[in-house]
Ligand binder design. Structure first.
Ligand SMILES: Cc1cc2nc3c(=O)[nH]c(=O)nc-3n(C[C@H](O)[C@H](O)[C@H](O)COP(=O)(O)OP(=O)(O)OC[C@H]3O[C@@H](n4cnc5c(N)ncnc54)[C@H](O)[C@@H]3O)c2cc1C
Length: 397
């Protein structure tokens, strides 16, 4: 068996990073793997809506990296990457630590994209991580102390916007008049038709307004300006939640470090960064040449992580790498407290059964860290045996 001199360094321990680390360790337990993240806890982002609604507690969706990786025999370092010197194979971190690598995997995820629209950064709430969630939760709870029917706008009719709108309505009932602003002519434009239809009726049932073909021009402290077929309208607002898009989190890259497409790192179908064959980029930060339409999801990030583990092992053995292939396993969206919609793998489900199935499928997507995710298991594993037929434990995500 071939060995390597320096550790394989993985920066970013989210869905992509965690999957590659754990799978690689399984394939070759003797490999030295160092995984770095700027945070101490994993964030199970698809469960953030349930944390907001208090269907699960915050600690249940945020297991500690140190526990997950210690159990797997992987070294975890908490640090923030600030620079990569691709020529010298050196990483620089915010505390001035320098690390050299033989193989590098970067997977630092996404951050909200304000598209430089005036006032968005300053006057909107976001829903991308637990800081955002805590700020939003505080605002919503404080609002309960004052009048009803506050004007709440959600910008973006994608999954995040729809899921948030339904949860907020179910938690706070008449506290807010909820309006979704969507720039295209339908909500969930890139999602499955079944889920779109379920979402439309969930919104209608909850009397959530949807304004289509509308774009936000500016958000001030008190108003939101919207451009639609009626021209520009300026409306009073109490809160605007921005879920209109994300961009890759690549603050550590210099302009000429790598080739990008649509702002993301361009990789070949082996997941290698162009001109840097020992470096890989996966998850939300990268785009695969020829597969530009893949969605920016945890499902893709985990499949890439799983595939990259195999490719790294092949590379170390001096063998040819294999091209990545995406398998669409469907999609799930939560639609309010205790309800969801699922479409994929030949199954369409909605309502309470879909809600239970959704949480069990999430549990089954992380088979290698079930032990470490004991904290989340009380929520994720309830009624597991009943839903066995929906669980796919083959690690293919
Ligand atoms: C509210 C919400 C709900 C979602 N729901 C779904 C869903 O239902 N299904 C689905 O498939 N997808 C969902 N997604 C999308 C999914 O979460 C992302 O596509 C997925 O997390 C991408 O994985 P990743 O590993 O690329 O990034 P992430 O999981 O975001 O991980 C990136 C990691 O990098 C770390 N990091 C960032 N910068 C640095 C740095 N400079 N140095 C060190 N560490 C760094 C971060 O701390 C983080 O741990 C949702 C996203 C959100 C926000």
């Amino acid at each position: 068996m071939k060995s390597i001199q320096k550790p394989i360094v993985i920066v970013g321990a989210g869905f992509a990073g965690m999957t590659v680390a754990l799978n690689l360790k399984n394939l070759n337990p003797s490999l030295p793997i160092l995984i770095v993240d700027s945070e101490s806890n994993f964030i199970f982002k698809p469960l953030m809506y349930e944390v907001l609604s208090e269907e699960i507690r915050i600690w249940e969706a945020t297991p500690k990296f140190a526990n997950i990786f210690a159990d797997a025999g992987i070294t975890f370092l908490k640090n923030y990457l600030t620079k990569i010197s691709f020529k010298e194979n050196i990483l620089e971190f915010s505390d001035e630590l320098q690390l050299s690598y033989q193989y590098l995997v970067i997977c630092t995820g996404s951050i909200p994209n304000s598209f430089l629209i005036k006032g968005v950064e300053e006057n909107c709430y976001f829903f991308n991580d637990f800081n955002d969630l805590n700020k939003l939760k505080f605002f919503l709870k404080e609002s309960q102390k004052t009048s009803l029917n506050k004007k709440l706008f959600i910008v973006g009719g994608g999954p995040s916007g729809i899921e948030l709108a339904c949860k907020i309505k179910d938690i706070f009932i008449d506290q807010f008049e909820i309006n979704i602003i969507e720039k295209s002519n339908e909500i969930l434009k890139r999602n499955k038709i079944f889920n779109r239809e379920q979402a439309e009726s969930a919104l209608e049932k909850r009397k959530i307004n949807v304004l289509l073909n509308a774009t936000v021009k500016e958000v001030s402290e008190t108003k939101i300006s919207i451009f639609s077929e009626d021209g520009i309208t300026s409306l009073e607002k109490d809160i605007v939640i921005w879920t209109a898009g994300v961009k890759p989190n690549l603050s550590y890259l210099e302009t000429d470090d790598v080739t990008k497409k649509y702002g993301r790192i361009l990789v070949n179908n082996n997941l290698q960064i162009e001109n840097h064959n020992n470096c890989f980029a996966i998850g939300d930060i990268s785009i695969i040449e020829g597969m530009e339409d893949l969605p920016i999801t945890a499902q893709v990030a985990m499949q890439e992580g799983n595939h990259l583990a195999k490719n790294l092992e092949l590379l170390i053995q001096g063998k040819d790498l294999l091209p990545f292939e995406f398998q669409d396993n469907g999609e799930m969206i939560s639609l309010g407290i205790g309800e969801a919609s699922i479409s994929g793998l030949g199954v369409t489900l909605s309502g309470k059964l879909a809600f239970e199935t959704r949480r069990l499928i999430y549990a089954s997507k992380l088979p290698d860290i079930n032990e470490s995710l004991k904290s989340a298991s009380s929520w994720l594993f309830q009624k597991k045996s009943f839903f066995k037929k929906f669980l796919k434990k083959d690690n293919s995500n």
